[in-house]
Structures are given as structure tokens and as C-alpha cells.
Ligand binder design. Structure first.
Ligand SMILES: *[C@@H]1O[C@H](CO)[C@@H](O)[C@H](O)[C@H]1NC(C)=O
Ligand SMILES: *[C@@H]1O[C@H](CO)[C@@H](O)[C@H](O)[C@H]1NC(C)=O
Ligand SMILES: *[C@@H]1O[C@H](CO)[C@@H](O)[C@H](O)[C@H]1NC(C)=O
Ligand SMILES: *[C@@H]1O[C@H](CO)[C@@H](O)[C@H](O)[C@H]1NC(C)=O
Ligand SMILES: *[C@@H]1O[C@H](CO)[C@@H](O)[C@H](O)[C@H]1NC(C)=O
Ligand SMILES: *[C@@H]1O[C@H](CO)[C@@H](O)[C@H](O)[C@H]1NC(C)=O
Ligand SMILES: *[C@@H]1O[C@H](CO)[C@@H](O)[C@H](O)[C@H]1NC(C)=O
Ligand SMILES: *[C@@H]1O[C@H](CO)[C@@H](O)[C@H](O)[C@H]1NC(C)=O
Ligand SMILES: *[C@@H]1O[C@H](CO)[C@@H](O)[C@H](O)[C@H]1NC(C)=O
Length: 858
């Protein structure tokens, strides 16, 4: 009885794919390739195979009566064209009337391949036919690849690529695309802005690599230089000094300068990050029009977010302060002269126009070899179009070479990532043009000065130097004594230590060999004597007990130097605790941020393992928030600052600290408050550091606190940065409402805080949620913005939740309407019909201080 049935089942299963294939109408299977017999018609598109990321087809820009062949994103609901074939040679008429237009590929009589766009009347409006056919002349095909590249290849030559769109960028640089010059292939890849939003033909604004000296990217507006990237210093362009912060987000950058090519390109590790670098003909007030912009697609918010752009400030305008002038955006006036130089025309400098630049106060004396060099730190190095580069010398050799060559006026390292003896150098002649400084970033520039000027610099330093010398020698002595003391102490400890029962200093070293160069290489974490701590806490007296921490009691204490501390002990009984203790020490010792509680030291010598933190005068957030009287102290401004502080701290953990840390136990009792009510994230016992490649981690042991735990973590043990984002959202909602989210999620229909907040917001009654203890005094725009942000963070699908960088952007935005509407929060929505919100906007509101926020976090 069961046998025949079974066989039938097998047969049906085998037939099923075939049936499905037959059932699918032939036209609905998107193709990605055209071949000589099968051109692309005006009413068809090609879709890249693989992830199906890009579409190639005919389009008319809004407001245009012309038709073009272009490439755009398949999954971005706002049509964003990233490449245009016939940008200057359109087919006349809007796309709807050009169903008969074609994009075709064919073999040429010379044995090569040609790609052509033809109007419905058959006239070819645009074509390319790569010169060398190579004689093979096999069948030609053109294929749209999943990276957005349209590739023409000769099948006969084993798929030899004869032409590709990536070699001919329009206005957009996609991941993997090169900007610059390929000398070997004779290609100059530039980005040229559209003439206008309705006209893709080449406009006046161009971004191109200048290879005359040390290669640099320039933005041109016609013949005017708008912006200069500065040379590549081995890590980044010297004029884009915040590039390092993007690395944490999964960007990687590549710069090739090997004589055959001088090109820049970028990649994203995480394929879900949709990002593009594009030249925009308008949009800039600095430098006379033309902006290079990096956009990233925020899927949760359905908009393009302007992530980075240049020029950005007045000092980004090319040569704002003229030759030998230094532009510092933080100074008033912004222009000053290099040391040893004076304004060329003091009158115009007095009027705050520094473009004339500066001249030497004392002439050089090269022949006598008395000149020397002064240092300008944190510089964007001067224009290198006339500079000479040498990648093979040490900086000292460069100094000698520059000194020996009377036309050399300055030098700097050429390759910061090179071996110490081979960092090479860039050497300048003549005036030092387009020089600026950055707060905290930038390179060291050594510029030539006459002996007389150097003497006057060192004279003013001399007095200071004597003092410094004394201090230095005393400090050195003290350090020496301390080191000797430490080794004596350690020798004693090693003898006394039971193996495996405690972490010695070696155990405190970073276990991340590859990333160790940061601040974590050798952790300068003071180790305190158990006795010192016992004295500081009055022998761990009950009066000094602050509470119970994650793995033991916490005491207040006072060190001999008067510093107040919080002492966290690890109870002896907990075996699990030791691991977590080590974890916390290793993690937090590497972290330094205003919104993270600071570890002052630890003690491992006594019967208990102890962590010593800075003392937080105002305890924790829950202490205030959920208490009817104390919560009155937290006015709205304070609450808002607390929210921002937590967001900054969390961004630092997730992205900026280089270690990618997931906290896993964020809750109001782990948010501590200092004297000024600055919020500080604490308790890293559950935190996990994870490799940059793991987007999420699976764990068998679910730790954390119900009510704050993301559903996917509570249910499936899957955690990612988005699980922290969820907890952050809960905290935000608790801060607004002053009520605890008691939800252990259930299907019972009982509304928890999240669901309650969502439904009130949707009814337009969001402000009803605000804590009564605020007595109605709050900024309702800010409250609504926070409410939305909080609810965006607790959406059920982790992919829908924003990243912390996006959260900070939304918080910084003054336009509440720009914050997208959240979907129903986790679990509450399970039974509701899937709501398919299909709103989308071209841009997210522009938030200028995004990068600043990120830089601050470091
Ligand atoms: C496009 O063509 C339509 C009619 O074909 C005309 O009304 C419209 O003004 C044209 N638009 C432009 C921008 O030329
Ligand atoms: C064919 O179309 C092209 C472009 O659309 C146009 O320039 C050309 O004048 C047309 N030729 C004829 C004969 O209509
Ligand atoms: C495209 O237009 C042609 C006529 O120009 C027509 O034969 C074909 O069916 C159309 N294809 C689609 C997919 O609409
Ligand atoms: C590449 O093009 C840019 C802009 O048109 C130009 O300034 C530059 O000199 C070109 N480089 C080479 C090597 O042709
Ligand atoms: C150019 O930049 C402005 C301002 O950032 C922006 O509004 C506009 O959409 C950009 N244009 C394009 C084509 O991206
Ligand atoms: C440099 O040498 C010249 C002679 O060659 C001499 O007259 C001059 O005083 C010297 N200058 C200094 C600063 O030593
Ligand atoms: C680099 O310098 C060394 C000596 O310092 C020399 O032997 C070598 O040829 C140089 N290489 C290049 C590429 O100039
Ligand atoms: C001095 O440097 C310039 C530019 O770097 C170079 O052109 C010149 O040949 C050098 N002179 C000597 C003597 O090395
Ligand atoms: C800079 O140094 C790194 C490490 O030695 C090397 O890989 C890279 O090729 C160098 N860059 C240049 C332009 O020489």
C-alpha cells in the first residue's frame, strides 16, 4: 500500500523542477547577457545573476526627452543610475517611445567585438569597438556582472575581456572600480558629473587623478581646482584623514602606484553594504562647486545617506592660505604663516584674505649648509604635483638629501605603512602650497628654515627645555625604580601564585596579535596590592557596599591619593566568574571612551579578584529613572544627553574601538552616571569581542536580562550588534517613559512597553508616553524623535534595526520627519499581517557632523 505511493512521490519530486521550469513564462527569467543574435530592446532589461544586484537597461532621466543605456541598482527602490553608456549620445525621445531601440554586440570585420546603441530607426548613436581583435574573433557577448560592470568578452579567446564599463566610469565609483590612470593600458579613469539631473552628458565637474608628481585626486570645475585629496600615505589620502574610521565599518581601500598604474579603489567586506562614491556637480559651497560624495543605502530607512563628502570646510578649498600659509579651521583667523614666514601682503592678511601666502623672514643659506628643518605636525601635506617621491629611503636619508639639494624646501614620509627604514619620502621644491592642519590627524611635515630662524625657535624653547630635562630625568628615575620594584614584586608573586588560578601580567596582554598595534599592545593597567584595596574600602565594610554586581559585591573606596573608586569583587565560589572576570579585564582595559566607565586597575594578589573602576557619584540610571522622586532630577535635557551618551559609547564598542565588541547585557542598571550625569556604559562581563568577519555569533548559553534581550537572541541564541541595538532601544523607551519594560515576551496579547509605545505613536499620541515626572516640560520634537529611534531599534527583524552610527545620525538630525517610521516591535507583530511599508526617499536628511561624531568616538 505504502510502496506505490512512495514511488509516486519520488517521481513527482524529480519532475517538480522540470514542471516549474515549464510553468515559468520564458520572458520572466531575467537574462544577464546579450549576444550577436539577441540584442537588448528598449523595453527590456538585463539583471545580473548571482545576487541580482544590478540592472542594465534603457532609461530616461526625470525631466528628459532622451533615452540612454544605463546601469542601476536592482534592489534600491529609488532609481539610482551608476553608469551610462551613451551619456553624450542619446536616442531621441523618452524611453516609453523607444521600445525599438537596441543595445547590441557584434563581431567586427577586423575580428574584434563592437558594442552599439541604435535608435529605433536603426541609426547607431553610440558604439565602441576595442581596437585589437587579437585575430581570434570568436562570438562576442556582453554581460552585466553582479558588481555592476558591463563586460564585453570574446568567447573564442576563453572569455577574454575586450572592453568593460568599469574602465569607463561615468560619475560613480562602485566597489572594485578604479579611479586613476592605468598607464599600461592607456586608460585614464575619471568621474565626470552629469551636466544636470536630467542630462547625463559630461558636466564641468571632474574628479581625476593627477599623476605628474606624487599622485593625488583633484576635483576640477572647468579649469578651477576645487579640492585636492593629497597623496596616498600608505593608509589613506592625506586629505581624507578620517578614512580609518570607515575601516571599522567594513570598508577597505586600495591604492596602487607601481609605475604601471596609479589608481584608487575601494571594497566593502559586507556585501549588504550598498555604497558608492560619486561626483556631484553642485552641492558644495566651499571651493566653487563640485563635491565628491560617498553615499550608503540605509535599508531600514529606505534612503541614501550622505556618509562623507569633500570639500568640507574652508580649509579644503585649494590653497586657501596660499604658498607657505597654513589653514587651520579651528583657528581665528583660519590662515597663518608657517613658522619663520611672514605674510606676503600684510594688508590683505589683515582683511582675512590669506591667498597671497607667505614669504621667508630670513633667506636660506644653502651653500654654507647651515639650514635645518622645523616640524609641522598633523598636516595635510602640500600639493605634490611638482614633488619628487622616493619609496626606497629612510626619513633620515631623505633629510640629508633634501638638505643637500638647495631647491628642496620640505619633506615628509611617503608610505606610513612601510618598513621603518623604507617609509620613503616626498620632497617639495619651491613654495609649499595648499597646506592645512587637522585636529589630531594628519602627517608630520618637515620644512626647511634658515639657521637664524631655527635658532630663534629653539631659544624660545630653551627655558622650557631645561625644565623638561629636569622633569624627564626625575621621571626616568622614578620609572626605573618602579620597574625594579615591579620585577621584585613579580618575582615574589610568581613564587606565591598557584598555577592557573589567576591572571598574571602576561595574561593581560592583548590576544589579538594582528590588531595589537592599537593601544592594546601592552596594557598599562596598574595592578594594586590587595592590602591597598582593603584599606581603601575600610576592609570591605558593609557601609561601603554599593550593591551586588554581576559576580560579586561592589564597594566604594578611596585611594591614598584621594581618588574615589568603585571596587568590584569576584566571589570565590563562582567558577564561571573567573572566565568572565578575565574577559572583562581584557576587554575594558583596551577601551577608552567618555561614555564607557573607566577601569583604573585591578588586583589579583589577594584572595579575591578585584576590578577597580572610577567611582560614579550618581550611581546608575535605574536608580533615578524608576523612582518617583528621584526621577524628577532627570529633566528632559539630561535624559536626552544620557541617550546620546549611551549611543556614542555603544557606537564606540561596535565600530570605532577596532575590536568590535558586543556588550550583550545593556540595561539601565548598567548605565552609570557621573557627577555631571554623563552616561557611562559598564559591566563588560558578558561582552564578546568578535572578529570583523563574523557578522553574528551563535551561542548555546544565552546570558543577559529579559526585557532587554532581542528576540532572536532570547529565542535562538543568535547575537550580533543588532541585539545590542535592541537593548538600546528598550533603554531609550524606558528613559522617555520612566517605566520598566517588564516584557518577557509572550503571545498572550498583553502589551508590553514596546508594543504600547508603538501603538500610541501610530495613533499620533506619542507624547502621552512621556514620564509624568517631567511635569510636561520637554521638547516634543526631541521626544518624538527619540521615540521613533527607540522603536526603530526594537523592530523584530534585526536587519530592520539601524546601526548605532545611523542612530547617532538620526539623533543629530534636527528634522524629526526624516526619521523613518518604525515597524511593529519584536513579537508584538508576530500575528499581525506582514505590513509592507513601501515609503522611500531619495536622500536621508543630510547630517553634517556624522564623521565628526565618529571621530570623537575614537
Ligand atoms: C518632451 O516632449 C514633450 C512632448 O513630446 C514636450 O511636451 C515636453 O516639453 C518635452 N520636454 C522637454 C524637457 O523637452
Ligand atoms: C534616427 O534617430 C536618430 C536618433 O534618435 C536621429 O538623430 C536621426 O535623425 C534619425 N534618423 C532618421 C532618418 O529619422
Ligand atoms: C518590446 O517591444 C517589441 C516591439 O518593439 C515587442 O515585440 C516585444 O514584445 C516587447 N517586449 C516586451 C517584453 O514588452
Ligand atoms: C586624466 O584626465 C584628467 C582630467 O581630464 C587630466 O587632468 C589628467 O591629466 C589625465 N591624465 C592623464 C595621464 O592623461
Ligand atoms: C548632489 O548633492 C546634493 C547635496 O548634497 C544632493 O541633494 C543631490 O541629490 C546630489 N545630486 C546627485 C545627482 O546625487
Ligand atoms: C656663508 O658663506 C659666505 C661665504 O661663502 C659668508 O660670507 C657668509 O657669512 C656665510 N654665512 C653664514 C650664515 O655663515
Ligand atoms: C633601494 O636602495 C638600495 C640601497 O639603499 C638599493 O640597493 C636598491 O637598488 C634600491 N631600490 C630601488 C628600487 O631603487
Ligand atoms: C634637486 O631636487 C630637484 C627636485 O627635487 C631635482 O630636479 C634636482 O635634480 C635636484 N638637484 C640635485 C643636484 O640633486
Ligand atoms: C608601502 O609599504 C607597504 C609595506 O611595506 C608596501 O606593501 C606598499 O607597497 C608600500 N607602498 C608603496 C607605494 O611603496
Amino acid at each position: 500500500m505504502s510502496r506505490p505511493n512512495h514511488q509516486l512521490g519520488v517521481a513527482a519530486a524529480a519532475l517538480l523542477p522540470l514542471l516549474l521550469l515549464l510553468l515559468l513564462p520564458a520572458g520572466s527569467r531575467a537574462r544577464d547577457t546579450i549576444s550577436p543574435g539577441q540584442p537588448l530592446r528598449g523595453n527590456e532589461t538585463l539583471v545580473s545573476s548571482g545576487a541580482g544586484s544590478f540592472v542594465l537597461g534603457f532609461f530616461s532621466p526625470p525631466g528628459s526627452n532622451n533615452t540612454y543605456v544605463g546601469v542601476w541598482y536592482a534592489k534600491v527602490p529609488v532609481r539610482t543610475v551608476v553608469w551610462v553608456a551613451n551619456r553624450a549620445d542619446p536616442v531621441r525621445g523618452a524611453v516609453g517611445r523607444n521600445a525599438g531601440a537596441t543595445l547590441s554586440v557584434s563581431a567586427t570585420s577586423g575580428g574584434g567585438c563592437a558594442l552599439a546603441v541604435a535608435a529605433p530607426n536603426g541609426t547607431v548613436v553610440w558604439s565602441v569597438s576595442p581596437a585589437d581583435g587579437g585575430g581570434g574573433g570568436g562570438p562576442c557577448t556582453a554581460r552585466i556582472q553582479d558588481d555592476g560592470n558591463l563586460v564585453v568578452s570574446e568567447q573564442g579567446q576563453g572569455g577574454r575581456v575586450v572592453w568593460q564599463g568599469f574602465d569607463h566610469p561615468t560619475d560613480t565609483l562602485l566597489p572594485g572600480m578604479r579611479l586613476g590612470v592605468d598607464f599600461a593600458a592607456g586608460k585614464n579613469m575619471t568621474l565626470t558629473a552629469w551636466a544636470s539631473p536630467s542630462d547625463p552628458s559630461p558636466g564641468a565637474v571632474v574628479a581625476a587623478m593627477d599623476t605628474s608628481g606624487d599622485p593625488e585626486v583633484f576635483i576640477w570645475n572647468g579649469r578651477t581646482k576645487v579640492w585636492r585629496s593629497g597623496p596616498w600615505d600608505g593608509v589613506q589620502f592625506t586629505g581624507v584623514p578620517d578614512t580609518v574610521t570607515y575601516k571599522a565599518l567594513g570598508f577597505s581601500f586600495r591604492f596602487v602606484n607601481d609605475g604601471r598604474e596609479a589608481t584608487y579603489s575601494f571594497q566593502v567586506r559586507d556585501a549588504s553594504i550598498v555604497t558608492r562614491l560619486a561626483i556631484n556637480g553642485t552641492g558644495s559651497v566651499v571651493g566653487g562647486g563640485g563635491t565628491l560624495q560617498r553615499w550608503t543605502w540605509l535599508d531600514a530607512a529606505r534612503c541614501w545617506n550622505l556618509y562623507w563628502y569633500a570639500p568640507k570646510d574652508q580649509c579644503d578649498a585649494v590653497s586657501a592660505c596660499g604658498p607657505n600659509g597654513v589653514c587651520d579651521p579651528a583657528a581665528v583667523p583660519a590662515c597663518s604663516c608657517l613658522r619663520g614666514f611672514t605674510p606676503r601682503s600684510p594688508a590683505s592678511w589683515a582683511l582675512r584674505d590669506g591667498r597671497d601666502g607667505c614669504v621667508r623672514a630670513a633667506p636660506l643659506d644653502c651653500a654654507n649648509r647651515t639650514d635645518g628643518f622645523a616640524l609641522l605636525p598633523h598636516a595635510k601635506v602640500p600639493d605634490t604635483t611638482r614633488a619628487v617621491v622616493d619609496f626606497n629611503s629612510s626619513l633620515d636619508q631623505c633629510r640629508l638629501r633634501c638638505l643637500g639639494n638647495c631647491s628642496c624646501t620640505a619633506y615628509a614620509s611617503a608610505n606610513l605603512t612601510g618598513e621603518p627604514g623604507h617609509r620613503g619620502c616626498v620632497m617639495w621644491t619651491g613654495g609649499l602650497d595648499d597646506l592645512r592642519v587637522y585636529p589630531g590627524y594628519g602627517q608630520d611635515l618637515y620644512f626647511r628654515l634658515a639657521a637664524a630662524e631655527l635658532a630663534s625657535i629653539s631659544k624660545s624653547k630653551k627655558k622650557v627645555n631645561i625644565v623638561v630635562a629636569i622633569v624627564v630625568s626625575l621621571t626616568a628615575l622614578a620609572i626605573l625604580l618602579a620597574i625594579v620594584g615591579f620585577f621584585i614584586w613579580r618575582a615574589k608573586k610568581v613564587r606565591a601564585r598557584k598555577p592557573g588560578s589567576s591572571i598574571g601580567r602576561a595574561g593581560l596582554h592583548s590576544n589579538e596579535g594582528s590588531e595589537g598595534k592599537d593601544h592594546g599592545d601592552d596594557l598599562e593597567l596598574p595592578i594594586y596590592d590587595f592590602k591597598t584595596i582593603a584599606v581603601a574600602t575600610d576592609g570591605f565594610s558593609t557601609e561601603n557596599k554599593l550593591g551586588e554586581g554581576g559576580f560579586g559585591p561592589v564597594y566604594k573606596g578611596k585611594l591614598e591619593d584621594g581618588r574615589e573608586i568603585a571596587v568590584k569583587t569576584l566571589s570565590r565560589t563562582s567558577a564561571q566568574g573567573l572566565q568572565e572576570f578575565k574577559n572583562e579585564v581584557l576587554l575594558i582595559a583596551k577601551l577608552q571612551h567618555r561614555n564607557l566607565v573607566r577601569l583604573i586597575g585591578c588586583s589579583i594578589s589577594g584572595p579575591e579578584k578585584i576590578l577597580i573602576y572610577e567611582y560614579m557619584e550618581n550611581k546608575s540610571l535605574d536608580y533615578f529613572l524608576f523612582d518617583a522622586t528621584k526621577s524628577k532630577i532627570l529633566n528632559w535635557q539630561t535624559r536626552y544627553r544620557i541617550i546620546e551618551g549611551i549611543a556614542r559609547g555603544l557606537l564606540y564598542l561596535h565600530q570605532d574601538s577596532r575590536y568590535r565588541i558586543i556588550h550583550r547585557d545593556l540595561k539601565t542598571s548598567n548605565i552609570l552616571l557621573d557627577k555631571e550625569m554623563t552616561s557611562k556604559i559598564s559591566d563588560f562581563g558578558m561582552a564578546r569581542m568578535f572578529g570583523s568577519d563574523d557578522a553574528q555569533i551563535n551561542t548555546l548559553r544565552v546570558v543577559g536580562t529579559y526585557g532587554y534581550m532581542a528576540p532572536e537572541y532570547a529565542m535562538d541564541g543568535v547575537f550580533s550588534v543588532k541585539s545590542d541595538v535592541f537593548s538600546f532601544g528598550v533603554i531609550v523607551l524606558e528613559i522617555i517613559t520612566g517605566k520598566r519594560n517588564r516584557g518577557v515576551y509572550s503571545y498572550s496579547g498583553h502589551l508590553n512597553l514596546l508594543a504600547h509605545a508603538w501603538s500610541l505613536l501610530n495613533e499620533g499620541n506619542g507624547l502621552d508616553l512621556v514620564d509624568e515626572n517631567l511635569d510636561g516640560s520637554f521638547n516634543s520634537d526631541e521626544v518624538l524623535k527619540c521615540l521613533k529611534v527607540g522603536l526603530l531599534c526594537v523592530q523584530e527583524n534585526p536587519d530592520d534595526r539601524p546601526l548605532m552610527s545611523q542612530v547617532l545620525m538620526m539623533l543629530a538630525s534636527t528634522d524629526t520627519a526624516s526619521v523613518p517610521d518604525p515597524k511593529q516591535p519584536g513579537f508584538a507583530a508576530r500575528r499581525a499581517a506582514a505590513d509592507d511599508t513601501s515609503w522611500s526617499k531619495p536622500d536621508c536628511s543630510v547630517v553634517d557632523n556624522m564623521t565628526i561624531t565618529m571621530v570623537e568616538g575614537r
